[in-house]
Design a protein around this ligand. Structure first.
Ligand SMILES: Cc1cc2nc3c(=O)[nH]c(=O)nc-3n(C[C@H](O)[C@H](O)[C@H](O)COP(=O)(O)O)c2cc1C
Length: 233
């Protein structure tokens, strides 16, 4: 402590508020099924977008841009792009795993009344390059922070969110008229849902299991055991 300077600690949230934050984190789920047809009111969607827009960003560049997709024709186009990409993804697996893959529900593009495409302008001059000379990829990381903010706020509001990455990027660009210098980051399906599952859908389907925190935690240096074990069987 600097002599003569009083150190004060900032207060954390009160207990109920703290519990609510951890609850939103723990109970957030990727939702692909059970979307209800009722669209979200504009003020609720607005709150979710404000939460996304409050995300941290490298150099305060705020590189995210939000494209709300409600039109059924546009969603049908995106859904076809998904079906194509999903067919190809399925062909990459063999035997039993291919059957398992085929049984997974991996999107809710048509069921969710609103979709949201979050894109990133990685060359935006906002932020004056701070942090990006060394790590240009931090523009994209910033946009992902916006996705996570929205995902958590949505859980607190009772809105399901599902991230669809099984889309060929150029086809997605074409469908939404996204120019070449802009990077599509996340295509999300959003809506009221029947329920939030207690565990990830992929765990329930037997596709993958969550690892315990201790298996991915090291102190002071990288754990080479991670490579020997390989995190996947
Ligand atoms: C970058 C990213 C891309 C994802 N893409 C898909 C996808 O295309 N389809 C899908 O069903 N889930 C997708 N997910 C959701 C994950 O499968 C899910 O987060 C994971 O299984 C853990 O489940 P939880 O989110 O319910 O905790 C994606 C998640 C992330 C973070």
């Amino acid at each position: 402590m600097v002599q003569g300077m009083e150190m004060t600690k900032a207060a954390g949230f009160d207990e109920d508020a703290r519990k609510a934050v951890y609850r939103a984190i723990r109970e957030r789920r990727d939702v692909r099924r059970g979307f209800l047809p009722e669209p979200m009111p504009d003020d609720l969607l607005g709150r979710l977008l404000e939460a996304a827009h409050d995300a941290p960003s490298v150099g305060l560049m705020q590189p995210w841009r939000f494209i709300v997709v409600r039109d059924i024709g546009v969603r049908q186009t995106i859904h076809k792009i998904f079906l194509d990409a999903n067919r190809q993804a399925r062909a990459g697996y063999d035997g039993e795993q291919q059957q398992n893959y085929a049984s997974l529900k991996l999107e809710g593009i048509l069921e969710a009344p609103q979709n949201l495409c979050i894109v990133c302008d990685p060359q935006s001059s906002q932020g004056h390059q701070l942090g990006r000379r060394t790590m240009p990829e931090t523009a994209l990381y910033s946009a992902v922070c916006a996705v996570q903010n929205l995902w958590l706020a949505a859980r607190a509001e009772g809105i399901g969110v599902g991230w669809v990455s099984i889309l060929e990027t150029n086809q997605l660009r074409h469908a939404l008229k996204i120019p070449d210098h802009i990077t599509p980051v996340a295509y999300l399906c959003l809506g009221y849902v029947e329920e939030f599952a207690a565990e990830p859908d992929l765990e329930r389907a037997g596709w993958e299991r969550r690892t315990p925190l201790k298996s991915v935690l090291a102190f002071d240096q990288y754990d080479s055991g991670w490579d020997r074990k390989g995190m996947m069987p």
